[in-house]
Design a protein around this ligand. Structure first.
Ligand SMILES: [Zn+2]
Length: 261
């Protein structure tokens, strides 16, 4: 008899966790994540590289080098190598200014796009950026976008047509929940959010105003603790169907759109 290999998707999925073994500044290897998650019913995680493995965030004038390109490649490859028995890993590709979408594979589930306002900038006007966005759009990969406010607005209004953009932390590091709301971005069908390190009041307000269909539980491990971030969402005492959507259902629905080729 041929065994059915289609696994039931996990009910609880962490949509935002960092994981890597090159940067030793934090305990953030997969085993470190798994130790935290083992105390919970988290059965899957979207994993991104740590920022320190992608570019030098402390050097605003940072120029890319072959060594950094190699470091990024190795960091992204580590996530693809993870095939733990106890957890479904959804590797996200952390993109930087070489816009190396040729490294995307059928195993990638999304894109991580990240910088803070005092960090080296993305070259949005580089033709390779447009080409990368075209490839991301073709693959229908969601993009977790952590950027300063003006770039977030430009990315969504001008560059990311047809691409699902997940704003992490309910906007805390993208100019704030309120600014994103006033710009009208939360109301857009292609703009999603995660709950990582967001406060309960904003999570409640988001659901009340925009519904629960585009909100996902995330921990921001190692900066957030998966168990307490999960407990934070459960402590809201949402209706069971809404809680199930936020904890994993929405993530699965989003991944079902991806063109894995
Ligand atoms: Zn993060």
């Amino acid at each position: 008899m041929v065994k059915d290999k289609v696994k039931t998707p996990p009910a609880v999925i962490d949509a935002h966790a960092h994981c890597g073994i090159i940067d030793r500044g934090w305990p953030q290897s997969y085993p470190a994540y798994a130790r935290h998650a083992a105390t919970t019913d988290i059965g899957g995680a979207a994993l991104f590289s740590p920022v320190a493995e992608i570019y030098d965030r402390y050097d605003a004038g940072f120029a890319d080098t072959p060594a950094w390109r190699l470091r990024r490649k190795e960091s992204n490859a580590y996530l693809l190598s993870l095939k733990p028995a106890e957890m479904t890993v959804y590797p996200y590709f952390f993109i930087w200014n070489d816009f190396a979408v040729e490294q995307l594979s059928a195993a990638h589930c999304g894109i991580k796009w990240h910088r803070h306002d005092d960090e080296p900038v993305y070259h949005y006007d580089d033709p390779r950026c447009r080409a990368a966005l075209d490839e991301i759009r073709r693959r229908r990969l969601p993009v977790v976008l952590e950027e300063e406010f003006d770039h977030t607005v430009r990315f969504i209004r001008e560059l990311a047509h047809g691409i699902t953009v997940i704003i992490p932390h309910l906007g805390m590091l993208n100019g704030g929940f309120r600014s994103i709301a006033e710009a009208g971005l939360w109301a857009q069908e292609n703009v999603w959010a995660d709950t990582a390190l967001a406060d309960r009041t904003e999570i409640r307000e988001y659901i009340r105003t925009y519904g629960h269909g585009r909100l996902m539980f995330g921990s921001d491990f190692p900066f957030g603790d998966p168990a307490s971030e999960l407990q934070k969402v459960r402590s809201l005492k949402l209706e069971p169907a809404i809680e199930a959507a936020v904890l994993g259902g929405n993530f699965i629905r989003l991944q079902a759109c991806v063109n894995y080729r």
